[in-house]
Write a protein that binds this ligand. Structure first.
Ligand SMILES: Cc1ncc(COP(=O)(O)O)c(C=O)c1O
Length: 447
């Protein structure tokens, strides 16, 4: 190949050199994944390509279980299906002892279809239909009621079936040191949660045995879990005292951060994200405070992104280089925000998949969409890349292969790489035939 000439431009370097810790922020190449060369994986499965490490998935769940076992005798880790409900990923999670946490009829059907017993499924979310509730009650799924209308629907379904199912109530706790979700559950502070309990007990159709709360996601302050656990435990104690209700399980939801870096975050996730042990310590201390010596109920966690995010990478191929109007180097990749929606939240790590050559300069990575919003990573110091070379995008395991959309391009293969370096497609790439299979042209338009 003849050397390429590019007209020189003068660009003010906004990045580069050493950071405040004295570390040069040069980008290291990543040539293989779980011992298998990325070139081999792309040759076998194409580009772009999602790669999941089975070893890292198992390691992370085991770490969470081991941390919980230090403080609790009776605990459950439930796999949050929405985070990644590919069958192979769920199977790894279930093999590691995780229950399923689902938030829709579709996810419930998926979990039951995969052979998860109803007694090991938690059903959350604000939109359970009467049909979903019927399936759940018949199969012994643990339903967490989100609002008063749902309480009434659930009572009607239970009465119709002649069952008295055990249910939980989702609770919203105020004043947490975290930007928390506020549209779910019965508010504790304004008495709505108490009102819901009184109503549920008065009717006597359902049996209240669990309390649930999910404070938000990517919670970087472990102390938030201390507040949450203390408030839930205090509520449990009060229900025991005031109504003689026996709550046997406290579900503290998900929300632990992965090692990604939020756009607004100053320090990188690798340095800022608390360890699983730090989260567990805080929530266990909060429970001790709230229970005041009473025996702890079963503790449930529905940790999603912190289990799977760091276990996956996305390999992308450089389609083209360009100079933007402001002089910055732009690189067009074959992977965009349609398959990596988390790029809107995170400054994803990007590594070259081959030895970098030449001087690093601020580079912006775009996807292939004909849309200005298709920015995979703004401003990263990067050596020049040739068309056809590859980059690796890190920490992509959570929410991408569930929230991605089929837009302008087709969704690519997703591959699981085993501890022994075996690799297999766990979700096939779409083709135009996949799209056409879903479409109909009405008779009056047919030629
Ligand atoms: C009820 C519930 N539980 C668990 C999770 C998983 O959260 P995360 O991925 O932040 O751990 C979610 C995510 O939205 C949720 O809504």
């Amino acid at each position: 190949m003849s050397p390429r000439y590019e007209r020189p431009v003068i660009v003010r370097h906004a990045l580069g050199g050493a950071d405040k810790f004295g570390a040069a922020n040069a980008v290291r190449p990543m040539r293989d994944f779980e011992g298998v060369s990325i070139a081999e994986l792309v040759a076998a499965h194409g580009s772009p390509l999602f790669l999941f490490s089975e070893r890292l998935l198992r390691q992370r769940v085991r770490e969470l279980r081991s941390q919980l076992s230090r403080r609790f005798d009776d605990f459950v880790v439930a796999w949050s299906y929405k985070t990644n409900y590919l069958g192979a990923i769920c199977e790894v999670m279930h093999q590691e002892g995780s229950w399923a946490e689902v938030v829709s009829g579709m996810e419930l059907e998926k979990a039951l279809g995969a052979g998860v017993p109803g007694a090991r499924i938690l059903f959350n979310g604000p939109a359970k239909s009467a049909g979903d509730l019927e399936v759940a009650f018949r199969t012994g799924v643990h339903v967490h009621v989100d609002h008063l209308d749902e309480l009434e629907f659930a009572e009607r379904v239970a009465e119709r079936l002649g069952l008295r199912p055990q249910v939980g109530l989702r609770v919203h706790i105020g004043d947490l040191p975290v930007q928390q979700w506020d549209r779910f559950g019965f508010t504790l502070d304004n008495g709505s949660a108490d009102q819901a309990v009184r109503r549920l007990l008065r009717r006597g159709v359902l049996e209240l045995t669990a309390l649930h709360c999910h404070i938000g996601t990517f919670v970087l302050d472990p102390a938030a879990y201390r507040h949450e656990a203390r408030a839930l435990a205090r509520f449990l104690r009060r229900l025991e005292r005031e109504h003689g209700v026996r709550i046997d399980s406290l579900d503290l939801g998900g929300g632990f951060a992965s090692h990604n870096t939020l756009h607004q975050q100053y320090l990188p996730g690798e340095e800022l994200t608390p360890s699983l042990g730090q989260y567990v310590e805080q929530l266990a201390d909060g429970l001790d405070e709230g229970l005041e010596g009473a025996p702890p109920p079963r503790i449930v966690l529905e940790t999603g992104r912190a289990m799977v995010d760091d276990a996956a990478i996305l390999v992308a191929t450089v389609l083209a280089n360009k100079r933007l109007a402001d002089g910055r180097r732009g690189v067009v990749l074959d992977a965009g925000v349609n398959i990596l929606p988390t790029a809107w939240w995170y400054r994803h790590d990007v590594f070259p998949a081959q030895e970098p050559r030449g001087l690093a300069e601020p580079t912006v990575f775009f996807g292939p969409l004909c849309m200005n919003i298709d920015v995979v990573r703004e401003a990263l110091m990067f050596a020049p890349l040739e068309a056809g070379e590859r980059v690796v995008i890190g920490h992509v395991g959570a929410y991408n292969v569930t929230q991605w959309m089929q837009f302008i391009t087709l969704r690519p293969n997703v591959v699981l790489v085993s501890e022994r370096g075996e690799h297999a497609v766990i979700r096939r790439a779409e083709t135009v035939a996949t799209l056409l299979q879903q479409e109909e042209v009405p008779p009056w338009l047919r030629r």
